[in-house]
Write a protein of this length. Structure first.
Length: 644
């Protein structure tokens, strides 16, 4: 009986199978063992629907107040359930999302999401009553926690040079400005090389240099572009960076001669020489010694930089110079103030308005507007369950790989679950299931980050092109039903299918064993040697993978186990794909396997995974849902559509 626990339960969370215990709609989340209160995660007992019963397995529980893990838990479990990073949340938002519960004793609990030591999100309940828990503080909306001030002293040309150097070589810690060092500290603290974040110094270049050397990021473990992107997608990291108040010289300030911008001119020559040195080193490594080949490669650099310098001169004259207003306004304010000081003294100081002038040196404190707005207004909900809009259709298409969906303009329960999965897995924020501007921006970022590249587009095209078809058929056949026998050549690949591929690559990127390899078969027109397969006329993809460095392929019985693992743990788990065509409107994969003699079985795959949208109803297979390139796949950014 070690894995079962009898208990008396009064349930706690709203669901379709339970009723509120009072008019307010709150639920108790406490249960009793031998008249002693214990606490467990509500998700572990939802299957009981509020009735007495047994747990299906052993679970972690709490018994002390404030809630602390029982001593029977392993150190790993305690570590996994310990919050290591501060978090500020809005009680109004929690209440709107149904994350507030009230006990009989009028004790109020809030379910919050925070980060453990490994920077993984964990959820738990906290008592928000004043002084109930020492580490929980209630703050006014006017309280601004976590803001940090930085005075950046580097000039525009110095910053440009440092950034240029960082692109071509490796920026030394000594060359980092205060703003650069602060961002590095935030990224280190927020989960990259997190095991040493406790050594993070407060401020000062010397201490920071020692810390960064300790992390060895200057030589062995630099922050990569992918790490920067991943960190900025984490709401906690973005919040810290958004809370930086930086004082620096405004880009709207410069003298008439554009002196500070002209200083950048000399940097073009330095960058050109750096690039030439890199190219020459690459040519040496490849063993290319012929003078005409080396000269050609270096001439290309000269020509490119000549074009860049020409564009830079146009940039200064046509964009930068017309936008300089700071100095003019500052001078006008100074003159107005001088006039005020010489006016009649009959007017009392109390009635004389005090002007707050712009600085004459162009320096000011700059605050991230989004970080400030978040403190004074909630994030407006744009779409929620029950709504209907053409933009909702686009969201359903672009996030189809997060749980599966069809191109409908209705915000259904599937849409809500899809948004929650996207928020949890990609955005790494609290799950609300509604669309706000943060979700819109994140979808645009997801599209850009996991865009289908030109190599994959070539693989998607029919092998008959361009001699026998356009690459995506010739529109032959009649669009009939059922889809299994529909020979119609759809005008491209279904957009939901391709965005499903984008989501698949996102989930594959979260581990290091299995990776996308290629599309072995995309579109097949009537003239294709395998053109009898109706699915591949725009509704199907055959995808191949790596396991480590092994390219899974060929007629090999060893392929079956890893393919089944990928199907079950990625396609089924994240894309909600089925492995037959029984249910409507789902992604479907073909069966995987070989016969007893390790020979192919008709209708089975053995070195690839087949995914299609054959089970989609006819209304979701209209010509308008098919695409032939990045433009027709991605269309306009959602932020553009929202602002129209």
């Amino acid at each position: 009986m070690a894995n079962y626990l009898w208990f008396v339960l009064n349930v706690t969370l709203s669901s379709a199978d339970s009723e509120p215990v009072n008019d307010e709609g709150f639920y108790t989340i406490r249960f009793m063992i031998e008249n002693k209160p214990y606490w467990i995660a509500a998700s572990k007992v939802l299957h009981l629907n509020g009735e007495d019963g047994q747990l299906n397995s052993s679970v972690s529980y709490w018994r002390d107040f404030p809630l602390s893990l029982d001593n029977s838990l392993s150190p790993q479990e305690k570590k996994r359930n310990t919050v290591c990073y501060p978090r500020t949340v809005s009680l109004i938002s929690l209440e709107n999302d149904g994350l507030i519960a009230i006990e009989d004793e009028n004790t109020t609990w809030a379910q919050v999401t925070a980060l453990d030591e490994q920077m993984l999100p964990i959820q738990g309940w906290v008592n928000i009553k004043d002084n109930a828990q020492a580490h929980i503080k209630r703050r006014s909306p006017w309280h601004w926690p976590g803001f940090e001030t930085i005075e950046e002293k580097a000039t525009t040309s110095e910053l440009t040079k440092k950034l240029s150097t960082n692109r071509s070589t490796r920026l030394d810690i000594e060359d980092c400005t205060e703003a650069m060092l602060t961002v590095l500290r935030i990224l280190a603290q927020s989960g990259y090389n997190h095991y040493l974040w406790k050594f993070l110094p407060d401020k000062g270049k010397n201490k920071v240099k020692e810390f960064l050397q300790l992390l060895e990021i200057n030589n062995k473990n630099p922050f990569t572009k992918e790490q920067f992107k991943a960190a900025l997608r984490t709401s906690w990291t973005a919040e810290l960076i958004g809370h930086l108040l930086v004082k620096y010289e405004s880009e709207w300030y410069a003298d008439e001669a554009l002196s500070k911008w002209n200083e950048i001119d000399d940097l073009f020559e330095e960058e050109k020489q750096q690039q030439k040195e890199l190219i020459e080193a690459g040519l040496d490594e490849l063993g290319i010694t012929e003078p005409y080949l080396r000269d050609f490669a270096l001439d290309v650099v000269d020509e490119a930089h000549k074009h860049v310098k020409s564009n830079w001169q146009l940039e200064k004259e046509q964009r930068i110079k017309p936008s300089l207003w700071w100095q003019q306004v500052a001078q006008a304010q100074a003159q107005a103030q001088a006039q005020n000081q010489t006016t009649s003294t009959e007017q009392s100081d109390a009635n004389t308005p005090k002007l707050t002038n712009l600085s004459t040196d162009g320096k000011a404190w700059f605050i991230h507007p989004v970080a400030m707005v978040d403190y004074f207004s909630g994030n407006t909900v744009l779409f929620k369950k029950g709504d209907k809009d053409d933009i909702i259709r686009e969201i359903n298409i672009r996030l189809a790989g997060f749980g599966g969906n069809v191109p409908t303009d209705e915000f259904t329960e599937r849409t809500e679950n899809m948004i929650k999965q996207f928020q949890r897995d990609y955005m790494q924020v609290d799950e609300t299931g509604v669309v706000d501007m943060n979700v819109i921006k994140a979808i645009d970022e997801f599209q850009e980050e996991y865009a289908i590249n030109n190599t994959i587009w070539l693989q998607l095209k029919c092998k008959c092109s361009p001699k026998k078809c356009s690459g995506f058929g010739n529109g032959l056949g009649t669009n009939t039903s059922p889809e299994r026998y529909n020979t119609y050549e759809f005008p491209g690949i279904h957009r939901s299918l391709l965005f499903g591929l984008c989501a698949l690559n996102f989930y594959l990127a979260r581990q290091d064993v299995y990776k996308f390899r290629l599309i072995s078969s995309g579109y097949r027109c009537h003239s294709h040697t395998d053109g009898k397969t109706a699915n591949h006329r725009g509704k199907a993809l055959d995808i191949q993978f790596y396991k480590g460095t092994w390219a899974i392929g060929g007629l090999n019985k060893n392929n079956i186990a890893p393919l089944l693992y990928i199907r079950d743990n990625f396609f089924k788990t994240y894309l909600n794909a089925q492995d037959n065509w029984k249910e409507k409107n789902l992604f479907t994969t073909e069966p995987i396997g070989l016969d007893a003699n390790d020979k192919p079985i008709i209708g089975y795959t053995y070195s690839w995974i087949h995914m299609d949208v054959r089970s989609f109803e006819k209304q979701y297979l209209l010509d308008e849902y098919f695409c032939t390139d990045a433009t027709t796949l991605n269309k306009e950014k959602l932020i553009t559509l929202i602002n129209k």
